[in-house]
Design a protein around this ligand. Structure first.
Ligand code: DX5
Ligand code: ZN
Length: 217
């Protein structure tokens, strides 16, 4: 299992410290939630912020684009140094072209599905993906409750990926914490995003290690 702490839940006035904590806690990725105030009702990090974070850490930046028009913004985030980039299925008109551009830009390409979007929409495009990000909350805010029915989507998609012998990784985002991470991993998820579970703890680096330990329990 890979752990991707979401810095949305960190002290936003001290993001340099947030990525340092990710390194200290042994995180595999740093999850960066880009919100445009249009696709989701919240506004967060622009490309210059991502570039500044990339200068601060060797950890790969996992950039989750919650934006209405990913076509228009994608190149800025690729140039900023994103290592993993995911675009929402619900926001993409020309998904194949977006994914090709992500890969040409040297990043790993992913598609995000909102909780209500069925995994079957990915059938045709699965071979062009490096990863799928399943939202287990409605995107826009940290600290929401995990939607358990998303585990069925994870199991179904994991089955399909394995049946076709593909190397697509499965990531989950929203409401993951000590109480459910083992169950999440058992459903076939390899990458867990955790925001408030990590940065809401008194010792975020220690909590990252606890989450990794709990995942294999
Ligand atoms: C929600 C974001 C998540 C969020 C997760 O729109 O995509 O990455 O930061 O936060 P928690 O882990 O607190 O649900
Ligand atoms: Zn996210």
């Amino acid at each position: 299992m890979k752990l991707a702490p979401s810095i949305l839940a960190a002290d936003l006035a001290d993001l340099g410290r947030a990525v340092a904590l990710c390194e200290e806690g042994g995180a595999d990725l740093v999850h960066v939630d880009v919100m445009d105030g249009h696709f989701v009702p919240n506004l967060t990090f622009g490309a210059p912020m991502v570039a500044a974070l990339a200068r601060r850490t060797e950890l790969p930046l996992d950039v989750h684009l919650m934006v209405s028009n990913p076509d228009r913004l994608l190149d800025d985030y690729l140039e900023a140094g994103a290592a993993w980039v995911s675009v929402h299925y619900e926001a993409a008109v020309h998904l194949d072209r977006l994914l090709a551009r992500i890969r040409e830009g040297g990043a790993r390409a992913g598609v995000v599905l909102n909780p209500a979007t069925p995994v079957q929409v990915l059938d045709a495009i699965l071979t062009e993906l490096d990863f799928v990000l399943l939202m287990s909350v409605n995107p826009g805010f940290g600290g929401q409750s995990f939607l358990p029915y998303v585990l069925d989507k994870a199991r179904r998609l994991r089955g399909e990926i394995d049946r076709r012998g593909l190397a697509v990784e499965l990531e989950i985002d929203g409401g993951v914490g000590l109480g459910n991470i083992a169950q999440v991993v058992r459903s076939g998820i390899e990458v867990c995003v955790a925001g408030s579970a990590v940065f809401g703890a008194a010792d975020p680096a220690g909590r990252m290690r606890e989450l990794v330990a709990a995942a294999s329990s």
